[in-house]
Write a protein that binds this ligand. Structure first.
Ligand SMILES: O=C(O)CCC(=O)C(=O)O
Length: 202
């Protein structure tokens, strides 16, 4: 794979220590982001996420869709999940991101938040299906949302507003030391889609 010299360059690490988060800013234009957003809203196989916590079964307002190179099956929050074959537009974006980062991704978890009252609680992407020092590329489409990191030991918080078309990349020890969350807000009335390209362990 060749490195694209004209590809967007990341800003310096957004985390002060114990991890590495790069901000590639607007990776695609606002117009392109809007086109992808409308397409994915319509064409991805959205379904409400499920979790089993303390013996109880929960269904989240947020919706998810999971795609992969192969038929992957993994357990997360006590629920078995299966990946779908790539959507062609998702594959185009994946290849564009891979070229910029000189990395390969074999799966994508898509999240759909209909409005600001839907968020994602504090968590790390550190389950058994990902390597410890995994790279995750996260592309935002649609409404701007507040995204935060919180260090597990020091509790220090780093906040950012993720905008449509913006790409951030989490690397290295980030998942071992930091949790992240999408904060809820009554003020956000528009939907948002997030695509996280991942390196699923085979
Ligand atoms: O919506 C986002 O930007 C965050 C998604 C996320 O945290 C995840 O998929 O693990």
């Amino acid at each position: 794979m060749t490195l694209d010299l004209f590809a967007p360059q990341p800003k310096t690490n957004l985390l002060p220590y114990d991890g590495d988060v790069e901000d590639y800013g607007c990776f695609i234009s606002t117009a392109e982001a809007e086109q992808y957003f409308q397409y994915f809203l319509k064409h991805l196989a959205w379904r409400h996420d499920e979790a089993r916590l303390y013996g109880k079964h929960f269904i989240t307002p947020r919706q998810v869709a999971w795609y992969g190179d192969d038929h992957y099956r993994y357990a997360y929050s006590g629920i078995m999940r299966d990946s779908l074959p790539w959507d062609p537009q998702l594959l185009i974006l994946k290849q564009q991101i891979e070229q910029t980062l000189a990395e390969r991704f074999n799966s994508c978890l898509a999240n759909l938040y209909q409005e600001g009252t839907q968020g994602m609680a504090w968590h790390s992407d550190g389950d058994m299906s990902l390597a410890k020092q995994t790279t995750i590329a996260s592309l935002s489409l649609g409404a701007t949302r507040k995204f935060c990191f919180r260090h597990l030991r020091t509790k220090e918080k780093i906040e950012m507003q993720l905008q449509s078309g913006q790409l951030i990349v989490m690397r290295g020890e980030t998942q071992q030391h930091w949790q992240h969350a999408i904060m809820k807000s009554q003020k956000v009335i528009h939907p948002r889609i997030n695509l996280t390209f991942r390196q699923f362990l085979l």
